[in-house]
Write a protein that binds this ligand. Sequence first.
Ligand code: AMP
Ligand code: MG
Length: 481
Amino acid sequence: MTIGWHFDNSYSKLSKTFKEEIKPTPVDDPKLVILNNKLAEDLSLDLSKIDKNDLAKIFSGNSLPKGSNTIAQAYAGHQFGHFTMLGDGRAILLGEHLVNKDKRFDIQFKGSGRTSFSRGGDGRAALGPMLREYIISEAIHSLNIPTTRSLAVVSTGEKVERENLLPGAILTRVASSHIRVGTFQYLAAKQNINDLNILIDYSIDRHYPEIKASRNKAIDILNLVMEKQCQLIVNWMRVGFIHGVMNTDNMAISGETIDYGPCAFMDQYDPKTVFSSIDRYGRYSYFNQPRIAKWNLARFAECLIPLIDEDEKQSLKIATEIIDNFQNIYEEKWLNMMRDKLGLFGNDMNDKVLIDDLLDWMEKNKADYTNTFCYLMNIKINNDEIYNNKDYISWSNRWQKRILINNNSKDKSLNLMKKSNPIVIPRNHKVEEALKAANVNNIEPMKKLLSILSKPYENQKNIEHFQSPSNDKEYQTFCGT
Ligand code: AMP
Ligand code: MG
């Protein structure tokens, strides 16, 4: 079978510290649940002539592709603030697939059996959470936000034991790499300077070739990763995405969104929104995401201290200055993003107040975040009586005046807004509905949902249901491990 894999496995060539060589554990009865044909095409894979049974064998790891060299990657991480040595406990990297000889993608199985990093876990994953990752990661991609992708989900024919017995599954994840802040922390914890340098060079080669010739790679990579993370979080804030478990092992050096566990999108605007059942203190709430990103980047900076300067004091001073600049970079990006959402060109000194006033109004009036911006774009939404409110009208008058300064037109503003404001997001009730059906072998609702979410900025017909907020104010998500 030649489907077009071109493996070139640079990570598995790194020393023993970085990984364990291990094969996926074969599964009983693999069945293809869903395949991402469009992504397969983008990866130059031709799956059209392969029957479903063979696809299931391929995407379960029962039949490994030629050229793959399977490993589990070592990493550490601060989980809810506590440092732990982790590693791929239920994921196995097949290797790096090259597209057009130069674009490099990690191909990884999630749920593929135990590794030496599994600790107490079974190395397996349940169908629901894997399909959930598929839906949300593909939605995030269509929202033009950097993310790992989902190529396939296969059910294993085995049960996994969680609170109940659940059907097992394996997700094939595609990423520009799986190097995490936690990967650096792993080597730093082992006080392995040589390997740390190797990882920096490797990461730069893969993600930041522009600083290959830099005189201080540690400083430059810290700045670049910080910039990428600021941009990522700003994008999450733009669409109301709450990652839910921003541990340092779930922060990728590439700047992609990674590890979809208890994530969900906010309906009603409330900065304190938390969905994850285990996030009792709101550490990873909507509003806290930038603060936590900064905290994680400070952990990244700590790993680099021995490499920034020979003098530790000087190193600390430099790293601190860089991290202290997070706020400035983030705030500027955030302000510009919000200007785009409101269709504001140029800068006006009252912009921040105008934006904050709208957010405050939304919070006080329990307005839906996504739909409020739809309303501003004159897109029909249900329950729009809320915008008859006099505070809203007075805010709207200020907004309309602001749009017109510098000879701007409403049309130009609208065009800007259309690129920033999704009309449809993965509403929690729709995601749950799709997963419930998939659990009893009806994949059609999930396919329908995926199709609508693939065009979030288009005004599609008959999607009112997909635009309506969830009624369930107590909605909770679970890590699903
Ligand atoms: P996550 O919550 O998916 O970011 O995972 C955190 C850590 O727990 C990682 O080291 C995972 O590999 C590990 N882990 C999660 N679920 C399992 C499982 N079912 N079996 C073994 N290890 C797991
Ligand atoms: Mg993780």
